[in-house]
Design a protein around this ligand. Structure first.
Ligand code: IPM
Ligand code: MG
Length: 324
């Protein structure tokens, strides 16, 4: 976050209101998302979010407060039903990807994940020896994310579900099919099962232009897709859809295994700043400036540890700032 703020300071004159969320908030207040943080977010033009959580707060106790509740609560409270995760491996990073270059070449996709429904927000609990998580979707919830997907797509939408097993998926497929026929017939639509999409993402990633999917499948597939770029440390995201500000955050987590060593890859944060500039603050020009500075730094050889290099967070930040 500190590195990201230095990048934002370099491109504009923003004022920042820093608030705690997740683990840090639990330590300070006992709650993962306080009313104060929520009110500050509601009052802002955009919310830039760093990752939440870590082993310190990990527990299987159903009654314990968890850092993730802060993030999920914020998404829900701000009505951010659409999570946009672009995946575009850069030329400079072709060697960092676990896929062979000929399979990767031309990969350029966007994952559009439903973010405020499904199993994440259904009733969950324990009942004697049983545990349950209820998955529900309404027609209205599917319609609005489907529209967002078709509007974001350039040529084709792959709608991902598990319609051979799950009732929510069968409703999903019906509603996506209808919204497509009625409102977006010019966009190509294919339906695919989530297990086969997981396979195709590594076997033939160029098949996808836009993946439209529900909350849990989107969580899993977006980490998988992120790795095509060579590192989870590269992927930004935008969460949109409410009346108020959007939330912009990297797809990655807190990487507790490298905490405190100054070697985290800040590029996903920088690229999240770019998405915030473009989609949250309406400045395409500044967004492009940040993205091209990142591209040029990578092109000049910048590699943090996750990309097989030795650059520290501070060095990576200085490299991007120099191109900015
Ligand atoms: C993500 C994360 C979150 C999610 C966690 C931290 C709750 O994995 O943004 O993808 O599952 O949505
Ligand atoms: Mg995730």
């Amino acid at each position: 976050m500190a590195a990201a703020i230095s990048v934002l300071d370099a491109v504009g004159d923003f004022s920042f209101d820093e608030q705690l969320l997740g683990g840090a908030s639990i330590d300070a207040t006992g709650e993962a998302l306080t009313q104060e943080t929520l009110a500050a977010c509601r009052g802002a033009d955009a919310v830039l979010l760093a990752a939440v959580g870590g082993p310190k707060w990990d527990t299987t106790d159903p009654n314990a407060v968890r850092p993730e509740q802060g993030l999920l609560g914020l998404r829900k409270e701000l009505g951010l039903f659409a999570n946009i995760r672009p995946v575009r491996p850069t030329d400079a990073l072709r060697d960092a990807s676990p896929l062979r270059p000929e399979i990767l070449a031309g990969t350029d996709m966007i994952v559009v994940r439903e973010l405020t429904g499904g199993i994440y927000f259904g009733a969950k609990g324990r009942d004697g020896d049983n545990a349950y998580d209820r998955c529900e979707y309404s027609v209205a919830e599917i319609e609005r994310i489907a529209r967002r997907g078709f509007e974001t797509a350039r040529s084709k939408v792959t709608s991902v579900d598990k319609a051979n097993v799950m009732e929510t998926s069968r409703l999903w497929r019906e509603v996506v099919t209808r919204v497509h026929a009625e409102e977006y017939p010019h966009i190509e639509l294919e339906h695919a099962l989530v297990d086969s999409v997981a396979m195709a993402l590594v076997a033939a990633p160029t098949r996808f232009d836009l993946i439209l999917t529900e909350n849990l499948f989107g969580d899993i597939l977006s980490d998988l897709a992120a790795m095509l770029t060579g590192s989870l440390g590269m992927l930004p995201s935008a969460s949109l859809g409410g009346d108020g500000p959007g939330v912009f955050e990297p797809v990655h987590g807190t990487a507790p295994d490298i905490a405190g060593r100054g070697i985290a890859n800040p590029l996903a944060m920088f690229l999240s700043c770019a998405m915030m500039l473009r989609l949250g603050l309406d400045s395409d020009e500044l967004a492009t400036a940040v993205e091209s500075a990142v591209d040029r730094a990578l092109g000049a050889g910048l590699r943090t540890a996750d990309l097989g290099g030795t650059a520290t967070t501070a060095e990576a930040t200085a490299a991007v700032l120099s191109y900015l």
